[in-house]
Design a protein around this ligand. Structure first.
Ligand SMILES: [Zn+2]
Length: 405
């Protein structure tokens, strides 16, 4: 027997009475304290909305039992609850803040989708009501900034006009004649939601009774997902929440940057420019340091009988950007090899003058076989990062032994 859906007639119904038709053990379900034993309950009628059409299920109470999930199944609407219910009468109570939030988001979605379609010819192909953010997927070209803001503004205008939102029933043909936004294939009597002068759309969900209760719609982002454009938005209480979070974030940034809200962007741009300039001058200072230090290191490195020299260093507290120029400067000297490893991070650079005649690629391979890490290079130059910086000293010793004649 199909469950009588009370929310179809009155989406504001929070408390209702029903008869328990059956209660049987179910698979464990997720509750407030993790996975727990559960029962599934069929009622003769219910105000609990089951997950469907992009809108999540309601929560609440059936008698003493907490409702953990509500599903629309062949036998009717299945309530997953955390304790067994006796047959007979039961009182149901829908968690209203959660449901009203869903009604705000869902009605807002109808309105926003209608504005994208009507103003910019961008049809909505799917809708998702998430715990934090809601999304619609639009078909067609990428929505411009003006289109995103334009649809938001038009939808908010309809909210300010507080137009009635009503349920209409009709056959597919009747709804088509009334100018339904999205045609459906289903036969029989269909349920549609009308926003006066703005939208008519087949839907089995729950909605607010006038657009004013949506409160406000804020578009929050737009990204490409497969062939479509996913527009993120929030309505009602959620819009208030994200606007408050934006405000708090802005205040924190104003404190950090020591400026007013109007100067935030300019202050951040200035900071980024300063960072880039500082990095440039750091690089040039490190290059100068590398040149001087390399000359000193090479001059004191013992020369072998064949004239080859090697400089091996375990660097402590050095800037990671120093490794590359220092190794390069050392390897500019005739038949000289540089083996540099940074102790703190396990970064390493090996470089050689081509006439030194070793194969540093092979050396790195052996080193990484003993001390895992990621890196690569060629015969004369390699760089890598050890998975375990604690192996830095052992790595250097191994590399030294591998290049010893
Ligand atoms: Zn709907």
């Amino acid at each position: 027997m199909a469950t009588h859906r009370l929310y179809y007639e009155d989406s504001y119904l929070q408390n209702f009475e029903a008869r328990v038709l059956s209660c049987s053990p179910a698979e464990p379900a997720r509750g407030a304290s993790g996975m727990q034993t559960a029962w599934e309950v069929l009622l003769d009628q219910t105000a609990f909305y089951p997950t469907s059409g992009g809108q999540p299920n309601d929560l609440g109470l059936l008698g003493e039992a907490a409702v953990l999930d509500v599903r629309d199944e062949e036998d009717g609407i299945v309530h997953i609850v955390d304790r067994e219910l006796d047959p007979g009468g039961v009182k149901g109570c829908v968690n209203w803040p959660r449901r009203f939030d869903h009604m705000q988001q869902h009605t807002g979605q109808h309105l926003l989708s209608a504005m994208f379609q009507e103003r910019f010819g961008l049809p909505t192909v799917s809708f998702h009501l998430g715990a934090e953010i809601c999304t619609i997927d639009l078909q067609g070209g990428e929505p411009s900034r003006d289109q995103l803001i334009g649809a938001q503004r038009a939808a908010n205008q309809v909210i300010f006009e507080d137009r009635p939102v009503t349920v209409r029933y009709g056959t597919r043909e009747q709804l088509a004649r009334l100018g339904v936004r999205k045609e459906v294939e289903r036969e029989g009597l269909l349920r549609a939601i009308e926003i006066e002068t703005a939208d008519l759309q087949p839907c089995g969900g729950t909605h607010v009774k006038s657009t004013g209760q949506i409160g406000m719609i804020l578009v929050r982002g737009c990204n490409k997902v497969r062939q479509d454009w996913r527009v993120e938005f929030v309505c009602g209480r959620r819009a208030e929440k994200v606007a408050t979070e934006d405000f708090e974030r802005e205040r924190a940034l104003m404190g950090l940057l020591g400026c007013g809200v109007e100067e935030l962007q300019a202050a951040a741009e200035r900071l980024a420019a300063e960072r880039d300039a500082n990095f440039k001058s750091l690089r040039s200072a490190l290059q100068q340091l590398a040149t001087v230090w390399a000359a000193q290191l090479v001059s004191t490195a013992p020369s072998r009988a064949n004239g080859a020299r090697s400089v091996s260093l375990l660097l402590r507290g050095a800037h990671p950007e120093l490794l590359l120029p220092l190794a390069t400067e050392i390897a500019k000297n005739e038949r000289t090899i540089a083996l540099l490893v940074l102790e703190e991070s396990g970064q390493l650079v090996f470089a050689q003058h081509p006439a030194a005649g070793k194969d540093l690629g092979a050396v790195l391979k052996s080193v990484l076989a003993a001390h895992p890490g990621k890196g690569g290079g060629n015969k004369d130059f390699v760089r890598a990062k050890l998975a375990e910086p604690g192996h830095a000293a052992a790595t250097l010793e191994l590399a030294k032994s591998l290049i010893a004649d």
